[in-house]
Ligand binder design. Structure first.
Ligand SMILES: [Zn+2]
Length: 443
């Protein structure tokens, strides 16, 4: 079930006609869910191509954010909001075709190409892996002795019971290019799974790796016809977008909000919209920027807004920033990273909540007083988003993500049309009150 506002319709139509129409409207939209909707509709639109590597998607998103920062009156640290850096990434600029037993299958819906896959073209037999090899040493020896260099292996990695079995399965699945140790050569591996979850890769492996839905035609594959072409970009140019609002009493001290704007991009003919991950977090970032650009007088400390790129490829944007900070990291009083802000039916999780106890308790107190969210759950240290390298550099930092609602994640279904933004206004209010508490504290 989904509720669509008139504004939502307008934004969809407007972004199709002209990608920044929402931007033109933004000045008149007050901070809150309607403004967030406009941002998500723009960033998750086909025009932005999943904010990745094909059709200038990442650059288009950066241009949009730059225009937003400027419009909100944020100050650049240098002459520009852009902090440039680059990294290698494997891409698939042209449409790929995969058919099994003569039937064409649908990319994104039936299968995904795992992006360590090299250019692979031809017709190959498919052999189903018998998992009893794992418990029969003679069979296992035979398996490793066999030459699969012109064969695709079909395997089901679910239900691996003991640790040894899991490890062995993984050693077969993970290519040496990705740090795996599989000693055999296969042309490709097809892995049956319950959910398709796409990734990124900085390297090219030596065989094709395809994740397929268990219920897809791949289940009965006897032969595969494949035409996939990769292009390794050795140095993909990208940028973090960073601006700030100057504080009135201690402007050299900063409260920092971060959210990554990059996503998985386009692969062949499909794109990964990344509405929840993380157009929603950028929407929260811009809402906070809008709110505080209109409430500057109340600020003791400066507030910096950092939209990172390269998060989906090993947190490279925030890592680069912590190695090349625009002001000393020790001047950050507190940092809040926002990634996946699009639901909230079941509340939020606060990563590092068990470490920064007083900050966590403050969030809980605000929530108890204002009845905003059903649950605020603490979690320990994790390296799963852009707070991580700040935390490792002793910056007090938490990472907030929403829980419940839609489950689309790193797939073609993480779309703007189905992103509910259920508790967006509540989380926004919680963060404003939390910021106000930090702003009143003397460091
Ligand atoms: Zn993310």
């Amino acid at each position: 079930m989904r509720k669509i506002s008139i504004h939502f319709h307008f934004c969809i139509v407007a972004t199709l006609l002209f990608p920044f129409s929402c931007f033109a409207q933004n000045e008149n939209i007050p901070a809150g869910k309607a403004y967030a909707r406009c941002i998500v509709d723009t960033l998750a639109s086909p025009y932005m191509g999943g904010r990745g590597y094909i059709d200038n998607g990442n650059k288009r998103a950066a241009d949009y954010l730059t225009a937003q920062f400027k419009n909100l009156g944020l100050l650049p640290f240098d002459t520009s909001y852009r902090q440039k850096f680059s990294y290698p990434v494997n891409t698939y600029p042209t449409a790929y075709i995969v058919s099994v037993n003569g039937d064409v299958t649908e990319p994104g819906a039936d299968y995904i190409i795992i992006p360590s896959t090299p250019t692979t073209k031809g017709n190959y037999p498919v052999v189903k892996l018998d998992r009893t090899i794992l418990t029969d040493s003679t069979k296992l020896k035979g398996f490793f002795a066999h030459d699969y260099s012109q064969t695709f292996l079909l395997m089901d990695d679910s239900g691996a019971t003991d640790k040894k079995e899991k490890e062995l399965w993984q050693s077969i699945e993970v290519s040496p290019a990705e740090g795996g140790s599989n000693p055999f050569k296969a042309r490709g591996i097809i892995v049956l799974c319950d959910k398709l979850t796409e990734e990124t890769s900085q390297t090219v492996g030596n065989y094709a790796l395809i994740n397929v839905l268990r219920k897809s035609p791949f289940r009965y594959a006897k032969s595969i016809s494949i035409d996939v072409r990769n292009k390794l970009i050795k140095s993909f140019p990208t940028q973090n977008i960073i601006g700030y609002i100057k504080g009135n009493i201690q402007p050299d001290s900063f409260i920092v909000f971060t959210a990554h704007y990059d996503h998985l991009g386009k692969m062949g003919s499909i794109y990964f919209p990344g509405a929840n991950d993380n157009a929603s977090g950028v929407a929260m970032l811009l809402n906070l920027a809008k709110y505080y650009s209109q409430h500057k007088d109340s600020l003791r400390y400066s507030i910096a807004f950092m939209a990172f790129s390269g998060e989906e490829i090993a947190l490279l944007g925030s890592k680069y920033y912590t190695e090349n900070p625009l002001f000393p990291l020790s001047h950050i009083r507190f940092l809040v990273n926002m990634d996946i802000m699009g639901t909230g039916d079941e509340g939020i999780t606060v990563v590092n909540g068990t470490i920064y106890k007083s900050a966590f308790d403050d969030l809980v107190d605000i929530n108890n007083e204002d009845h905003l969210l059903p649950l605020i759950k603490p979690r320990g240290e994790t390296a799963n988003s852009d707070h991580y390298f700040f935390y490792k550099n002793h910056v007090p930092s938490i990472f907030i993500y929403t829980m419940g609602g839609i489950k689309a994640y790193h797939d073609i279904y993480d779309r703007r049309e189905t992103l509910p933004l259920t508790k967006f206004d509540e989380v926004f209010k919680l963060l404003r009150q939390f910021t106000s508490d930090i702003n009143q504290r003397k460091f």
